[in-house]
Design a protein around this ligand. Structure first.
Ligand SMILES: [Zn+2]
Length: 174
């Protein structure tokens, strides 16, 4: 498990790596989505984050965030497994002015001097952005609905309401 709060200055200085599982308890907004049933479940979250400096001596974090979640398929309304992933391009900033000066390729991570920073909050932000708005099964939905009873293909159990009418028409013509 990686810690929720980290000393970013130390990590940058030592070109540290944060790799491993993310404590789900630290992901409050995602847990709220599960509570609201917007997300079926949050199965696992892993990261690999490299701290260091870019060529312009900016203090940055690169790497990736990956998560396995279950969401409701918007076609069949059954749960489906969704793999979320996002590339991380964070640059440490202390204020909005620094954030505004960042080139587009960097996303600002607002940190405060002499305070530990909430890395899980940033991880959560990336996952929320990576989440599809309307997920649907890749394959035909019924392949995933194993819990449902099988419906035979040729089962004309219900009488066709038009067959009686056709028979009636036949009689009238004759
Ligand atoms: Zn489906």
């Amino acid at each position: 498990m990686i810690p929720q709060f980290v000393d970013v200055r130390k990590l940058v200085t030592h070109q540290g790596v944060l790799a491993g599982e993310v404590p789900v308890a630290a992901l409050g907004r995602l847990q709220a989505l599960v509570a609201n049933q917007e997300l079926v479940s949050l199965d696992s979250v892993v990261v690999n984050l490299q701290f260091g400096q870019d060529l312009e001596r900016r203090r940055v974090v690169t790497g990736e965030v990956r998560a396995q979640v279950h969401m409701v398929c918007q076609r069949c309304l059954e749960p489906m497994s969704v793999a979320l992933s996002a590339e991380v391009h964070w640059a440490l900033v202390y204020n909005q002015e620094q954030a505004d000066k960042l080139p587009n390729r960097w996303d600002p991570w607002f940190v405060e001097p002499d305070t530990l920073s909430d890395v899980c909050g940033m991880i959560e932000e990336e996952l929320l952005l990576a989440m599809p708005c309307a997920p649907v099964h890749d394959e035909p939905c019924q392949l995933h609905a194993l819990a449902l009873p099988e419906i035979p293909d040729a089962a004309p159990a219900a009488p066709n309401p038009f067959s009686a009418l056709t028979a009636l028409k036949g009689k009238l013509i004759n």
